[in-house]
Design a protein around this ligand. Sequence first.
Ligand code: HPA
Length: 267
Amino acid sequence: MSAAGDVAATLSRALDGFAPQTAIILGSGLGSLVDAVETPRRIACADIAGLPTSGVSGHAGELVAGYIGRAPVLTLSGRVHAYERGDAAVMRPYLAAFKALGVRNLVLTNAAGGVNPAFEPGDIMLLEDHINLAGLNPLVGEKGDERFVDMTNAYDPALAATVTSVADACGVAVHSGVYAWFLGPSFETPAEIRMARRLGADAVGMSTVPETILARYLGLRVVGASIITNLGAGLGAQPLSHAQTQAVASIGGARLATILQRAVAEF
Ligand code: HPA
């Protein structure tokens, strides 16, 4: 069996054959959605051979399977970032296993810096598109014509519309915008933030884009959501730090969790 097949088979056994429909990857400080998972079954990523784990603080490395409403879901707290390994495809074992388990929808959440002047810390932005500024692609080295993935509508417009209408019904404001991926782990310079804005970005961050590319390659439908934890470098007075990211993410994350909790039931 392939390595991806091995991971999927081990995970499937650990889940007693439970078949999630939606997988949700939770960014820094966004763990509160896990509390909404009913009849949770918890699996430490480190216990599944073939799954890489993150060394970033606040990223627990845990899969939780269960139900949100009637929707069977699998959450992952503790994604591994490309900057931890210098490998844009580092999340591939997770995504390939999700696909093999029957997942159809992938929700990618992240903490991001705002570059749109209308954004404030704590705001939520749904991704309508992205710009890959990292110069890396997780499909490099892939064989076959499927590697030429159409990235038009990479963020599924119908799923985004569902999230937006749920947010409206909950009275929670959400922006829609373009996320630019910088590799990190250092934050951007003020000049890079000005460049990103000129290129059409509304927010910047260090994740999500390689996962979206892999997910589209695998045929998963993608929703992306950012919590704006800070203004991009040079736009605000506050110094940037991981501690600040986590503190604001957990506040905005609770609001995003409320919306996603209702939306996944309608996917
Ligand atoms: N830049 C990149 N990633 C981030 C930021 C930022 O300003 N804030 C949270 N994640």
